[in-house]
Ligand binder design. Structure first.
Ligand SMILES: *Cc1c(COP(=O)(O)O)cnc(C)c1O
Length: 472
């Protein structure tokens, strides 16, 4: 295939994309294939000779498509959303055609300068104050790793990269049980060790960490000769949307001189709406905040927004050439590869720019508000449905419920069967988690094109399938 063939196939994909989206509601949300079924059709060896593009595309549709779980399906209510608004897909098409590698300012000045600009737009739109500087990371996991490395280096007076951790006191990092597993992995990779991730008990309806317990844990570690390095708080934990009291947690951390990182990977997008910002009140006191516009806001995977109060701490930790520290900001040039773990960088800012410009902040806010409102409405309908109970109340558009009709002997097994039956049915897609020691079913709404009817259909599907289970 040559570039001269590209217009034909590029148009084919454009038409295919529109048809795919128009027909999504007719497809099962979760792939209905068995393990190995796709692999068996792909052939054991790479072909020696090239094949016509027609044939490859036909095989894509025949073999690959049935094995896709449709994350852009309007009735995708599992995990968290992973949106891909059409305007951002268009931007990604431009990006992928030019395919620039944007590690340094000079390797594509537009990428760097647009990144600075759109991240500042985003910062302002989220209500984060000016001391914060934004950088686009590939994932929240990478942003959290960068934050953990920064807290480690600060605590070690910048000697960790040079000397390693042997001979150092035990570094300690604090978080609740509700944080995402990416925090555990950042702790492992940073060499801090899982034993030194101290779990602080949670309290209250939002399952936030108890600030007094945090303070006591830090003091006990200091008394034991350990080296407290930082706190990782969450706004909108993955399981049930738990939210720490960011203000109180930051106050405790500040009293001990600790670095604070806030993981708002999912919930952060909702902060475009002022009325939701109470969930992360005090965030302006944090040192580092991450949210994923690739989840709820609408840019496709991957685009993670990382805001730091002191970029010089991040670059001091991650920049391979410390002389950049001296020029940072002074000559108007930023090399964003100095702000992240990988060296190479895609041109991700373009899709955020397209998203903001085509929908406007109001267009994005309207969607977020609808998702929250419809999810609350569904929650009330399920609360009223016979045999159903709400286990955790809505945090934005996320709540958990379970089906526990009177006399059910093993509700955990019953709910596991229910979620599997719902996903085999295919009209909606849900996942389970554990809350309050029970197996519960999660619901979140957040797909870009989802309507109120899509959300209400979840009520019908869930109650209908629950009834069939009860009879069996
Ligand atoms: C999804 C999620 C993550 C991980 O995000 P990635 O961008 O996939 O690394 C981390 N924390 C929370 C709270 C999440 O919801």
């Amino acid at each position: 295939m040559r570039w001269s063939d590209f217009p034909k196939w590029g148009r084919y994909v454009a038409d295919w994309a529109a048809e795919y989206h128009a027909g999504l509601r007719a497809r099962p949300v979760r792939a209905q294939t068995k393990p190995g079924e796709i692999a068996a059709q792909l052939g054991a060896e790479a072909p020696e000779e090239g094949h016509p593009v027609e044939e490859v595309i036909a095989d894509f549709e025949r073999i690959v498509l049935p094995g896709i779980t449709h994350w852009q399906h309007p009735r995708f209510f599992a995990y968290f959303p992973s949106n891909a608004a059409p305007a951002s897909v268009l931007a990604e098409f431009f990006t992928t055609v030019m395919a620039p590698q944007c590690m340094l300012w000079q390797t594509s000045p537009a990428a760097t300068e647009m990144e600075t600009r759109v991240m500042d737009w985003l910062r302002h739109a989220l209500g984060l104050p000016a001391p914060f500087h934004g950088v686009i990371q590939a994932s929240a996991s990478e942003a959290t790793l960068a934050a953990v490395l920064t807290m480690r280096e600060k605590a070690l007076d910048w000697q960790g990269n040079a000397q390693g951790l042997s001979g150092q006191p035990r570094l300690r990092v604090y978080a609740s049980e509700e944080v995402h597993t990416s925090i555990d992995r950042a702790i492992w990779i940073a060499g801090i060790g899982a034993e030194n991730l101290v779990r602080i008990p949670t309290q209250g309806p939002l399952r936030g960490m108890d600030p007094a317990a945090l303070d006591a844990a830090i003091k006990a570690d200091l008394a034991a000769g350990h080296l407290p390095a930082g706190v990782i708080a969450c706004t909108g934990g993955t399981g049930t949307g738990a939210c720490d009291d960011i203000s109180a947690v930051c106050d405790v951390a500040a009293a001990h001189g600790l670095y604070t990182h806030v993981d708002a990977a999912w919930a952060g997008s909702a902060m475009l709406c002022e009325e939701f910002r109470g969930l992360w009140e005090g965030v302006e006191k944090a040192d580092s905040v991450v949210l994923n516009p690739h989840k709820w806001m609408g840019t496709q995977f991957d685009l993670s927004a990382h805001f730091v109060r002191a970029p010089e701490d991040l670059t001091r930790t991650l920049a391979i050439q410390p002389e950049y520290l001296k020029t940072h900001g002074a000559d108007g040039i930023i090399n964003y590869s100095e702000w992240s773990v990988p060296l190479g960088r895609r041109f991700r800012a373009l899709k955020l720019w397209f998203l903001f410009r085509t929908y406007g902040l109001e267009g994005l806010r309207g969607r977020l508000r609808n998702h929250v409102q419809w999810s609350e409405e569904l929650c009330e309908r399920l609360r009223a449905a016979p045999g159903f109970e709400i286990v955790t109340e809505p945090v934005l558009s996320l709540f958990t419920f379970r089906y526990a009709p009177e006399g059910a002997s093993d509700p955990d097994a019953l709910n596991q069967r229910l979620v599997e039956a719902i996903n085999d049915d295919g009209r909606i897609y849900l996942t389970q988690t554990r809350a309050e020691g029970q197996l519960v079913i999660r619901f979140q709404a957040g797909q870009f094109d989802c309507t109120r009817e899509d959300v209400m259909m979840a009520h019908d599907v869930i109650t209908e399938i629950a009834t069939t289970l009860q009879e069996s």
